[in-house]
Design a protein around this ligand. Structure first.
Ligand code: THU
Length: 136
């Protein structure tokens, strides 16, 4: 797990990212800040579409930006939604995390005003996951 100062920094960067959200259909803006093992931070927001299905979550935007840049080792992600309770990652995003992250990968989720923060390892969010090792 990462220290509280780093958690606060990541949440601040997730708030910044949430301001970039394109969510005219759900009006539920989400921001994410992904910390790489070498200390870089990739931000992401949700980007919706009139056809709904192409919508991408904030978490996957952050992951795919990082992977495109050649980064594949991650430490933590902070996710902030627009609701009263913390924005836990959806199942698809958890599966993407399982592709690139160890079970100890730290997931920090917060509600709109950061009054509620929940910190959990990926292994709690997606136990018994199917992953790249299963295809070896
Ligand atoms: N959303 C995220 O960005 N991350 C999540 O983990 C859950 C859902 C987005 C997708 C959609 O744009 C909006 O929130 C409502 O589902």
């Amino acid at each position: 797990m990462i220290d509280t100062a780093k958690q606060a920094e990541l949440l601040e960067r997730a708030v910044e990212a949430r301001d970039r959200s394109y969510s005219p259909y759900s009006h539920y803006a989400v921001g994410a800040a992904l910390l790489t093992k070498d200390g870089r931070i990739y931000q992401g927001c949700n980007i919706e579409n009139a056809s709904y299905t192409p919508t991408i979550c904030a978490e996957r935007t952050a992951f795919f930006k990082a992977v495109f840049d050649g980064v594949r080792e991650f430490e933590a992600i902070a996710i902030i939604g627009s609701g009263d309770s913390p924005a836990f990652p959806c199942g698809v995003c958890r599966q993407v995390m399982a592709e690139f992250c160890e079970p100890s990968f730290c997931i920090i989720t917060a509600n709109r005003d950061r009054s509620e923060v929940v910190v959990s390892p990926l292994s709690d969010m997606l136990p018994h996951s199917f992953g790249p090792r299963d295809l070896l």
